[in-house]
Design a protein around this ligand. Structure first.
Ligand code: CA
Length: 259
């Protein structure tokens, strides 16, 4: 008889659970919605993509981004090692970039289309992995406040880092939405890979700039009252952005970590 395999070591951290919701809205100005989201709570996989390109191209690019992400990470098992999750996320974002770039090159009506993509994988050990390109954002909200997890790939963000603009200047700047990185624009793309940990009671938020350009981080924090249901919080966020003029498509994915 072959020897028995060694027993699995016990998990060092108790597994966490989560609930999640998503909401997208055209806003008050745009005639179409070029945002897309991915909400796969069973797989712990979430994303927001904000397309650009006009003439139905923006929505093609953002939809391709979330679909390729879903397909390329389909092989991940719920107990996959964090390093494998991170690698799969990165590979999926590169694959989405190539797919969008190649389609834009082949189909003249989609020339120049692109999209942001902020993808978050939540793991049972309460850690998360993020792959990020563009100016959609991920936040973690806990009792100490709201924490921005991603850096915007925008010209104004670079100016903030150089000390040439304040956050408030950047918000009002005519070039505030000019991206320095997006999927589909070049045949390769630099992807930010981020990791961190959460705890029961934390909220994670993914959002397109239709939420974060009319609302400050403090505005968002004030809306996210911890005791309210997630669906209610998502509608309140969208409503608040629309009350400030709803200048762009608004998309939010909200995740609540539970014990
Ligand atoms: Ca947008």
């Amino acid at each position: 008889m072959p020897p028995l395999p060694p027993p699995r070591p016990p998990a060092t951290l108790p597994a966490v659970h989560w609930e999640a919701t998503a909401l997208t809205d055209r806003g008050r100005v745009r005639r179409t919605n070029e945002d897309a989201f991915l909400l796969l709570p069973d797989r712990g996989l979430f994303a927001v993509a904000d397309g650009m390109g006009g003439h139905a191209s923006g929505e093609v690019a953002s939809e391709m981004a979330v679909q390729v992400l879903e397909q390329e990470t389909a092989g991940l098992t719920p107990n996959a090692a964090p390093a494998d999750v991170e690698r799969a996320l990165a590979n999926a974002v590169h694959a989405a970039n190539r797919a969008i770039y190649e389609r834009a090159a082949k189909e003249p009506q989609h020339a120049g289309m692109g999209t942001t993509l902020t993808a978050l994988a939540l793991l049972p050990d309460a850690s998360y992995r993020i792959a990020h390109v563009g100016d959609s954002r991920a936040y973690r909200i806990d009792t100490s406040g709201i924490h921005r997890l991603t850096t915007d790939h925008t010209w104004v963000q670079e100016q903030i880092e150089l000390g040439r603009l304040t956050e408030a200047d950047a918000r009002r700047h005519p070039l505030s939405s000019v991206l320095t990185r997006a999927l589909g624009i070049h045949h390769t793309v630099d992807v930010d890979l981020l990791r961190g940990t959460t705890a029961p009671g934390d909220l994670l938020l993914l959002a397109s700039d239709g939420l974060t350009s009319p609302l400050t981080d403090d505005d968002i924090r004030a809306i996210l009252e911890p005791e309210l249901p997630l669906d209610e919080l998502a509608s309140r966020l969208v409503q608040a952005a629309n009350l400030r003029g709803g200048p762009d498509n608004i998309t939010v994915v909200l995740i609540r970590v539970t014990a």
